[in-house]
Ligand binder design. Sequence first.
Ligand code: ADP
Ligand code: MG
Length: 251
Amino acid sequence: MNLIEANHIEKSFGELQVLRDISMHVAQGEVVAIIGPSGSGKSTFLRCLTQLETADRGEITICGKQMMRTENGNAVFADPKTLHEITLCAGLVFQNFNLFPHRSVLQNVTDAPIRVLGISKAEAEKTARSLLEKMNLSDRADYYPCQLSGGQQQRVAIARALALNPRVLFFDEPTSALDPELTGEILRVIRQLAEEHMTMVVVTHEMAFARDVADRVIFMDGGVIVEQGRPEEIFGDAQNERTRAFLSSFA
Ligand code: ADP
Ligand code: MG
């Protein structure tokens, strides 16, 4: 079963066409890495899939629920209830953590379950504490984001995303705001989620990580998917010249 089906996605900002007919399907349990140069449309694509941006055309189905389709050349979106259900099914972890600065770690993790799911504070805190333990942050529950390292803040952001019990997680360059020594702790968490068969789409510049953890690697450039395949195919035997040129810049 596919948890993500995106077909023929197009998106422009004014005159600038950022996504040009992108199609991507992700099966349940699959880990997909998206790589590609800056400005190639990776973030815009994730933002269209997570309702932070509206695609101009195409068809998106997440967790079996159709989020948008195209009729007579125009995007038509699902009703608010369906869009809300999709929000609960698919979480997003940002490059810059995006925690609430004036709320404690615990409050950051319990906010959405209480406010969005309507579960009790006690229940939300129980779940939050077990997620913080999993993120190795049990002793930081009462801290504020500014009192944490970037790596710790990102682990809080991951706990916050997991608190809604999503079936899919999107990560947009989750380590690129971190010092190199803090990158490893985030990659270990994502690797652990992969071992637990969480379905994930990870935009990353960490090529060794993509090679190790992803089931499939997608190379985007200029608003299109140039090439995709198993990590060994992309990293060992890329067919497209642009893919090879991009990868050689990491050598
Ligand atoms: P990537 O994540 O691959 O670096 P982005 O999706 O962030 O690429 O950006 C793709 C292109 O779209 C870039 O040229 C960027 O400047 C442009 N862009 C992104 N968001 C906006 C926006 N909100 N308004 C105008 N242009 C944007
Ligand atoms: Mg980006």
